[in-house]
Design a protein around this ligand. Structure first.
Ligand SMILES: Nc1ncnc2c1ncn2[C@@H]1O[C@H](COP(=O)(O)OP(=O)(O)OP(=O)(O)O)[C@@H](O)[C@H]1O
Length: 270
């Protein structure tokens, strides 16, 4: 494991998928000012899988929203694919904790929504949806409505929708938090395979330390609010990971212990 130097070392470069430079985010509300993020520096290379762990309220979702262009930094800059983020971007996909599917649309219809919103040619969108449905094991359920699906299947639909337009960067905000433990493990294995197959760059926010380590090639641990990057840990495990073998690997166990120690608790996380 390595402690990264995350300070800016030069001008923004399209060589990196994502650069976050000295990002501060303050919110003003009736209850006063809240500093959610303070001086976040982070660089993510193309094809990396980066997990973000941190105590509740430390600004993890706020960081993803800043990357997605949904929240503007009070100070600092987010650079995605070489250009500064100033608003919502077409080159990202977003998966939330809740699948947020349209109840009256079928599986395929929900996935195609992304293409409709982004003006994708219909034939291309349908072909891509078919590939994603096969990749995520949803074959045979194209015409099902959301209420006919399990929670895990609904999240798979949400993942397909986020990947339809082939975004370079996939942002996932606690996507499996509402699933039971067994389904969550299965989804972890599936997400790992999809990441291997697509090569998409992933930023995953999770409260689960094993999930963070199993899936990522780097784990970013944040401090309590105001959120700062406390440490970045390289996950020195093979790129291809078999779930049970990984759990038993001493490197995995050392890393999960380190992350828990940094979070200062074994009770606050899964
Ligand atoms: N739009 C907003 N207006 C005011 N305060 C906000 C807003 N969004 C977030 N905050 C505050 O910013 C802080 C960080 O919130 P955020 O949701 O990013 O934390 P988090 O680490 O994702 O939390 P959790 O792990 O519990 O989901 C919190 O104190 C929250 O109340």
């Amino acid at each position: 494991m390595t402690l990264h130097d995350t300070r800016r070392s030069g001008p923004p470069s399209a060589a990196h998928a994502l650069e976050v430079h000295d990002v501060h985010i303050r919110f003003s509300s009736k209850r006063g000012e809240v500093t959610a993020l303070e001086g976040i520096d982070l660089t993510v290379e193309r094809g990396e899988f980066v997990s973000i762990a941190g105590p509740s309220g430390c600004g993890k979702s706020t960081l993803l929203k800043a990357v997605a262009g949904l929240t503007r930094p009070s100070r600092g800059e987010v650079v995605l694919n070489g250009s500064t983020v100033t608003g919502p971007r077409p080159d990202i996909g977003y998966v939330f904790q809740r699948a947020a599917l349209l109840e009256w649309r079928t599986v395929e219809g929900n996935i195609l929504l992304q293409g409709e919103m982004r003006g994708m040619p219909r034939d291309r969108a349908r072909a891509r949806a078919r590939d994603l449905i096969a990749m995520t094991g949803l074959g045979g359920f194209e015409g099902a409505l959301p209420h006919e699906l399990s929670g895990g299947m609904q999240q798979r639909v949400s993942l397909c929708r986020a990947l339809l337009h082939e975004p370079e960067v996939l942002l996932m905000d606690e996507p499996f938090g509402a699933l039971d433990a067994l389904t969550r493990e299965r989804m972890n294995v599936e997400l790992h395979r999809i990441w291997e197959e697509t090569g998409v760059t992933v930023l995953l926010v999770t409260h689960s330390v094993p999930e963070a380590v199993y899936l990522a090639n780097r784990v970013v641990v944040m401090s309590p609010r105001p959120g700062r990057v406390l440490r970045q840990l390289d996950v020195a495990l093979p790129r291809h990971r078999v779930y049970a073998e990984t759990m038993a690997d001493p490197v995995f166990q050392r890393l999960t212990t380190t992350v828990r120690d940094l979070l200062g608790t074994s009770g606050e996380v899964d």
